[in-house]
Ligand binder design. Sequence first.
Ligand SMILES: Nc1ncnc2c1ncn2[C@@H]1O[C@H](COP(=O)(O)OP(=O)(O)OP(=O)(O)O)[C@@H](O)[C@H]1O
Ligand SMILES: [Mg+2]
Length: 364
Amino acid sequence: MVSLRVEGLRKSFPGVVALDGIDLNVREGEYVVILGPTGAGKTTLLKTIAGLARQDSGHIYFDQQRVDTLMPFQRSVAYLPQNYSLFAHLTVWDNVAFGPTVQDWSPRRRDQIVREMLNLVHLSDRRNSYPRELSGGMQQRVALARALATQARILLLDEPLRALDARLRLELRQELRTLAKYLGITTLHVTHDQEEAISVADRIVIIRKGKVVQAGSPKEVYEDPSTPFVSNFIGEANFLQGLLSRVEDGFSVIMLSDGRHVMGRPTNVPVNSQVVLGVKTDFCNVYHGKVEGQNSFTGTVVRSLFTGKRTTLEIQTGQGLLKAKVPSDQSLSEGSEATLRFQPENGIVYPIPNEGLQVALEVE
Ligand SMILES: Nc1ncnc2c1ncn2[C@@H]1O[C@H](COP(=O)(O)OP(=O)(O)OP(=O)(O)O)[C@@H](O)[C@H]1O
Ligand SMILES: [Mg+2]
């Protein structure tokens, strides 16, 4: 098993900074998900680690060995590109055998590893099929087996579940993790899907505009998002802007534009600063009619979006449109009066972003 370390990685293209000083530490055998919006630099990061793109500056280490001067094939990396394609004229077996054949392994060793990889992805009985005879999910598994057959030390997966339908995506994402853990291979899995990230990662690294914005366990990045962007990107959040007026009983007290006060978690931001409080829509409750009290906002339900077990309610209040994800059996109909409430411990207080809240939240 091998650890991966990336230090100060920078890469620009004409007019675009794709990687703006990325630092990354991945432990041996760890399954890390790189999560970020489109254009964040995810693919560029994987390509640089694989050796298919050259960084402008910064270094990459596997264990203590610097690898950024090595050719791709010398790095022992299995890379499954975002737009992989199988060799259409080769059978499943020959697709998987491709790497070992190019690397000139003995036929015995090659056949053994191909057999093992096909077993692992449950495709042994399709070894003689051609890619066009397989379903999308099966093709994905062949691509994975082909990448793994080189017995690499590090697995790089770029949106590995992108092309699959929703149901298969759910199934395969657990399989990927199980497989990586079984092989003990250190894995970087790139996605822009926060739900996928949360459900498979040991640790999530969120990148935006070529920079790491937060790294932590799924629970940490969900419960303690370090910026409004992360708060809104992992799940969805409401934001209330105001003046931090004081700290009371360990909670921040914020005066909103209409003079009302709202309470949130303690913060390092100095009193009398402009702040924004973010609260996940998952942590907002909704009651019928007007309910007075702490952290409550009354208004009219303008939209009710049923998604199965949960329903998203959009409520027009004096503080703008606020959303809550509630159990569907507690949903309210459009047009009815409703009060949205949340606990102060679920409200996270941030300094107002320099670029303004709207820009800070943009998923470009
Ligand atoms: N070969 C290239 N030439 C010029 N610009 C590039 C090249 N590759 C990437 N870029 C730019 O670098 C930035 C990061 O691109 P990258 O493909 O790494 O993003 P990404 O996070 O993988 O996005 P997506 O989720 O859409 O795949 C983008 O602005 C992109 O246009
Ligand atoms: Mg990409």
